[in-house]
Design a protein around this ligand. Structure first.
Ligand code: PLP
Length: 352
């Protein structure tokens, strides 16, 4: 890495960003003196209480190290090994967790659903469940939805409720992978309860890492029956942090004065600005509706490589292809403008 690029903000992922000041400040405060371990501390109690305030209900909250652990352990708590989990074909639990959901549930099979723009079509759930009724088929038990989706789109309240009605009809539970839940809430401008427990979500994996913490995602059980012995599940999986306060304190920082939504709104606004700057360029094709903090765009290989050569980082293998330009909480309009200027230069020289 050259010095010049050392601190450049990028479009690779929102986990490229550092820790937000609110989370950092809370970590500093949590670092004073001695505190009991394993979550038996005031920071962890306060963080869980703040999450209950956010959702306006008595949910049960657990902090684990990352999103893969959150999803896998949450899903494992929702099914037996002979069950199946239904998710979109581009879902992180299917494509980016190295089989952890299957592993932690002792073999529960993941079945893939289709749907436009990274969202599950309720009719696809019906088809998958009714395809087979016999004992040889892994019994469908959970639908996992990602909010915001892997393609940067967002399920509306009605869309989540549409999936819920299908789940009720077919006796399925609903899990939500909310690695970018904050971006979805900011985008929809709804209260968090409207797109979770009031729309049928049993368990939410609430992401902090992509929105400004260093580490630590929350597993939020709206269905408390499913939370039974979840603490043992976490411990066995190596997910019970000894110095738990350093996972929970950042959440206090994020939640206590609304920083989580400010940061997510800002990231969304940067993606909107990026989209607005790219739309007028006729050589480019924007791939999905931009509803959260990423823009997917088709870039010819020479342009893509030209941008990489200029030091910009972004991926071109996520979801359904195209280049994913992910905007983090700390991205600035100047960063976006600098990227767009380089892109325009490359397009211009490609023409001549
Ligand atoms: C980042 C992400 C996760 C969590 O990934 P970890 O690297 O395990 O923290 C889960 N779901 C989605 C959609 C993500 O983008």
């Amino acid at each position: 890495m050259t010095d010049k690029n050392l601190n450049r903000r990028q479009f690779g992922s929102d986990n490229y960003a550092g820790v937000c000041p609110e989370a950092w400040q809370a970590m500093t405060l949590a670092n004073r003196g001695h505190v009991k371990g394993y979550g038996d501390d005031e920071w962890t109690t306060r963080a869980a209480d703040l999450i209950r305030d956010v959702f306006e209900t008595q949910c049960e909250v657990f902090f684990v190290f990352n999103g893969t652990a959150a999803n896998s352990l949450a899903l494992a708590s929702m099914c037996h090994s002979y069950h199946s989990i239904l998710c979109h074909e581009t879902a992180h639990v299917e494509t980016d967790e190295c089989g952890a959901p299957e592993f932690f549930s002792n073999g529960t099979k993941v079945l893939l659903l289709s749907g436009e723009n990274g969202k599950i079509d309720p009719a696809a759930i019906d088809r998958m469940v009714k395809r087979r009724k016999d004992i040889h088929y892994p019994k469908p038990r959970v639908v996992s939805v990602t909010q915001a989706t892997e393609l940067g789109t967002v399920y509306t309240v009605d869309e989540i409720k549409g999936i819920w009605s299908m789940c009720k009809k077919l006796n399925l539970r609903m899990h939500m992978d909310g690695a970018r839940f904050a971006n979805a809430v900011a985008s929809l401008n709804v209260s968090p309860k409207e797109i979770t427990w009031q729309a049928g979500v049993d368990v939410l994996c609430f992401g902090g890492t992509k929105n400004g913490t260093a580490v630590g995602d929350a597993v939020v059980f709206f269905n408390s029956e499913l939370a039974r012995e979840f603490d043992y599940r976490c411990k066995q999986a190596g997910q019970l942090a000894s110095k738990m306060r350093f996972l929970s304190a950042p959440w206090v920082g994020l939640l206590q004065d609304g920083a989580w939504l400010r940061h997510a709104s800002h990231a969304n606004a940067m993606a909107a600005h990026l989209e607005k700057s790219l739309r007028p360029l006729p050589e480019l094709k924007i791939l999905f509706p931009r509803q959260a903090n990423s823009v997917f765009v088709e870039l010819d290989a020479p342009i893509r490589e030209g941008l990489w050569k200029k030091g910009w980082l972004f991926y071109n293998f996520i979801g359904k292809g195209g280049c994913r330009l992910m905007c983090a909480w700390d991205l600035t309009e100047e960063d976006v403008n600098a990227f767009v200027a380089d892109l325009k230069d490359l397009l211009l020289s490609a023409k001549s």
